[in-house]
Design a protein around this ligand. Structure first.
Ligand SMILES: [Zn+2]
Length: 489
């Protein structure tokens, strides 16, 4: 038996805390009271309202996550209050670092916070207060026309965290097994003496669990996956808190705990925006509160803070419109640079910190034509539409030949749209003219088709007159987006 913290005891004279079980990821705390609901409510309030009490309590426990169950012993009720709590508990090995780091830090912290399925426009529409604070107060830079490199979350996460585009092949590391041996950026931060954190909600659909086998070992110093796995919540809240608030608090707590230690955090929210974009607006006040608190506490003073998203909405009905299509390609990306860094590194070649030349093309930036938001598309002629009907179905079926014993051959049910464009297939400086013909220009077909069986809807881009088998896999000229949802990311 362990007494609960002093301040709580002031109010709750009869309160006793027991540690039922202690393991690496979870500690189960049972709070017993000799009164019924009144005291239980007080526990919740003191935990929530003052916060500090809980930290004192949890600091005696070597875990970031605690399940608290408060029972009444007099009313015979099984559980009056139960909740999962997350906070950053500094492990002993990191605490030692506290004393080694000089007060004038030479290493800059990096904190990334992302939203799933949120276009740049959606940030303006649904997070206006936070956006205004980012721009007007923090003077963050926004990467306008920041363009996706491929389909879905995974195509954003690979460049962010592994520094390379996702090709579906094991080029970076063996992805048939768990991802423990992959060269994630947090490994580099770890070996440079940083404390690291990776936190992403929705444990079954987050990118490394959904597409891959996740991690066998904890990948970062602090890792939130055990918390989310324990919640298995289908709603937007866990106990008395919205999921996004739990993540903001955990991140804030991390930054505060390690304010004197170099730190790297990668945090990503799926739940609030994945299935419907309109729910994102619930996070604006809470995000603004997080930004305001961290900024004015000085926790961004030595921190590069990146607020970003992976792609626009992929499955909502708006995706079937030209506007929705364009928004999928243009997610949000903003960077806050600490003033010290701006002075020390005023410019660097072609980088995120300098002006990008006007003639830079999608090809130069490694963006395949299917995902290039700059391409002008014209309506296809009748003849072109007829050839598209054949070509698109061929391309779709060629992808499933190996699985014909499992997958039926698809047939065209309806063609929703049909367009064409011209694309420069090599770097812009090689786009030379010869006898008036642009050598490196190819024609693209693009169409949204619905197929049977299953009524799947696909948005497909195919180059005309090029054998699909000869296409460089590192820069695919064929692109397929699935507009119906059979995966979740
Ligand atoms: Zn996503």
């Amino acid at each position: 038996m362990v007494n609960i913290t002093e301040s709580t005891r002031d109010k709750e004279e009869n309160l006793v805390v027991m540690f039922d079980s202690v393991d690496y990821d979870f500690v189960h705390v049972t709070c017993e009271t000799d009164d019924a609901i009144t005291n239980v409510v007080n526990i919740t309030e003191s935990t929530r309202g003052k916060g500090e009490n809980l930290v004192v309590l949890l600091d005696s426990v070597d875990s970031d996550f605690v399940q608290v169950t408060c029972k009444s012993v007099t009313s015979n009720r099984v559980a009056e209050y139960t909740n999962l709590l997350a906070h950053v508990h500094p492990r002993n090995s990191f605490k030692r670092n506290f004393h080694r780091v000089p007060s004038s830090l030479s290493k800059t912290n990096v904190v990334m916070l992302g939203f799933d399925s949120t276009s740049s426009m959606s940030v303006l529409r649904l997070l206006p207060k936070s956006y205004s604070f980012l721009i007007n107060t923090m003077k963050s830079f926004v990467l306008h026309k920041y363009n996706i490199l491929g389909d879905g979350t995974v195509s954003a996460f690979f460049p962010w965290l592994l520094g390379k585009p996702y090709t579906g092949k094991d080029e970076i590391c063996d992805m048939s097994d768990t991802l423990d041996n992959c060269p994630f950026i947090w490994n580099r931060f770890n070996s440079s003496g940083y404390v690291t954190m990776y936190a992403e909600d929705s444990p079954t659909i987050n990118v490394f669990s959904h597409y891959f086998k996740g991690f066998r070992d904890q990948p970062t110093s602090h890792y939130m996956q055990p918390f989310w796995l324990k919640t298995s919540s289908v709603s937007f809240c866990i106990g008395n808190k919205p999921q996004h608030q739990i993540l903001f608090d955990y991140l804030h707590n991390f930054q505060n705990t390690y304010k004197n230690v170099p730190h790297f955090a990668f945090t990503f929210l799926n739940k609030i925006s994945h299935d419907s974009i309109s729910t994102l607006q619930w996070a604006d006040d809470d995000l603004l509160a997080y930004l305001t608190a961290v900024y004015y506490k000085g926790l961004f003073d030595n921190t590069i803070f990146i607020l970003m998203s992976d792609h626009g909405s992929r499955f909502s009905s708006v995706r079937k419109t030209p506007q929705g299509r364009q928004e999928e390609l243009l997610p949000f990306f903003s960077i806050f640079l600490p003033p010290k860094l701006r002075v020390e590194h005023p410019s660097r070649g072609i980088s995120l910190f300098d002006t990008i030349p006007h003639n830079r093309s999608c090809r130069d930036a490694g963006i395949p034509p299917h995902y290039c938001s700059c391409l002008p598309w014209q309506p296809a002629t009748k003849d072109e539409m007829e050839s598209m009907k054949v070509l698109m179905i061929q391309v779709l079926n060629s992808g499933s030949i190996k699985y014909r014993h499992l997958c039926d051959e698809l047939k065209l049910h309806k063609m929703h749209s049909a367009n064409t464009s011209m694309f420069t297939k090599q770097d812009s400086d090689k786009d030379t003219h010869s006898n008036g013909i642009k050598k490196n220009r190819i024609k693209l077909y693009r169409s949204v088709i619905e197929t049977v069986p299953g009524h799947g809807i696909y948005d497909i881009t195919v180059p005309v007159g090029i054998d699909v088998k000869n296409i460089d896999p590192s820069y695919p000229l064929v692109g397929i987006s699935t507009l119906h949802q059979h995966g979740r990311t």
